[in-house]
Write a protein that binds this ligand. Structure first.
Ligand SMILES: [Zn+2]
Length: 349
């Protein structure tokens, strides 16, 4: 029998199958929130509670779903830690999250019961600080690298997604900007191009409007640009989740590719995700057929290989680059999700 499967996004795919295909759940990224209560009166920081966290995480998932990356966050729990004159609260309730992040992680891993630390979740702690950075997270290559620490100002969907972007090794769009800091910035210098992402424009965190970026790259104001591809590039770069600008809302296909790759590379990231993203790309340089790994930078060229591997693992999703793929008739008895992070059509035949 032939069925048409509607992929998330814009794709309609013809797939020849022999049994019904279920709607596969997305890859789930498990998140555990911990609210650090006041050491003086034992209450939550003002405005920080489970409904507020649930509301922001719903918005985070809306943003993540728009990336068409086959992933969603699962808010596993919202816990409180510490108490009146408790050491957890005394140490971490009212401190800079950027300065004390590593210390928090060390303390939590040494005392997982009192800190309610979980190895199978991203551990997000929120304290009562109202000054300093709203959030902090390390990259997955450092020794202390598994905690997200938010101040009470950091319970904002874009901040949460930005910090978890760092958790999966996304780098600021302005990385490498010169001068290094925008403190006392008076103009000049060069924008950053060191985010290791192909589909974001070089960025300067001091730019205060999309026209600044547009004038630098295209010598035109944003509204004067008629090419849709250039407009899209500007919008996704300037309003990028990993930028320091306003209205951050985008993560690009190449950013999600890097994110996905870190799931393959780091076991500490695999611990919090329910499966693997397997990439298929007609243009993949890998010529080893089904012996390609399916990792983002070692994609299968052949769709059959991805389907066979995914059906056998049952927990993975397939990320498809645009193109036409020939399939053999096959029996599929387990959930299967195919999704494309790139613009363009995918035809399975
Ligand atoms: Zn950051």
């Amino acid at each position: 029998m032939q069925r048409i499967i509607k992929l998330p996004g814009t794709l309609l795919v013809m797939l020849i199958i022999c049994v019904p295909v279920y709607a596969q759940d997305y890859l789930k990224i498990r998140v555990s929130f911990k609210i650090i209560v006041s050491p003086y009166i034992g209450t939550n920081p003002p405005g920080i509670n489970a409904p507020a966290i649930e509301s922001e995480m719903a918005e985070v998932n809306r943003l993540l779903q728009s990336t068409k990356s086959g992933m969603l966050f699962e808010l596993v729990e919202v816990e409180t830690v510490g108490g009146v004159q408790d050491s957890v609260s005394l140490k971490f309730y009212d401190v800079s999250v950027g300065v004390r992040r590593d210390e928090l992680e060390i303390a939590a891993e040494l005392d997982p019961i009192n800190y309610k630390w979980r190895e199978d979740c991203i551990n997000v702690y929120i304290n009562g600080a109202t000054l300093g950075r709203p959030g902090a997270c390390s990259f997955p290559t450092f020794t202390q690298d598994e905690v997200v620490f938010l101040s009470s100002e950091g319970l904002v969907a874009t901040t949460i997604l930005h910090e978890i972007g760092h958790f999966f090794h996304l780098i600021h769009t302005h990385q490498g900007q010169s001068p290094d800091s925008c403190d006392g910035y008076t103009g000049g210098g060069l924008p950053g191009s060191a985010d290791l992402i192909d589909d974001t424009l070089d960025d300067f965190s001091c730019w205060d409007s999309i026209d600044s970026m547009s004038m630098y790259h295209f010598s035109q104001a944003f509204n004067d640009i008629s090419d849709p591809a250039s407009q899209k590039l500007l919008l996704e770069s300037y309003h990028n989740i990993m930028s320091y600008h306003q209205d951050e809302q985008y993560l690009t296909a190449d950013q999600m590719k890097r994110w996905h790759d870190k799931i393959w590379v780091h076991t500490s990231r695999q611990d919090v995700v329910t499966g693997f993203p397997r990439y298929v790309d007609k243009a993949s340089p890998c010529t080893l057929g089904c012996s390609c790994s399916g990792r983002p930078y070692d994609a299968y060229a052949d769709m059959d290989c991805a389907i066979d591997a995914t059906v056998s693992s049952q927990d993975d999703v397939i990320i498809v680059a645009p193109g036409t793929y020939d399939l053999t008739t096959k029996t599929i008895n387990s959930p299967l999700l195919m999704i494309s992070t790139k613009e363009g059509g995918v035809l399975l035949r």
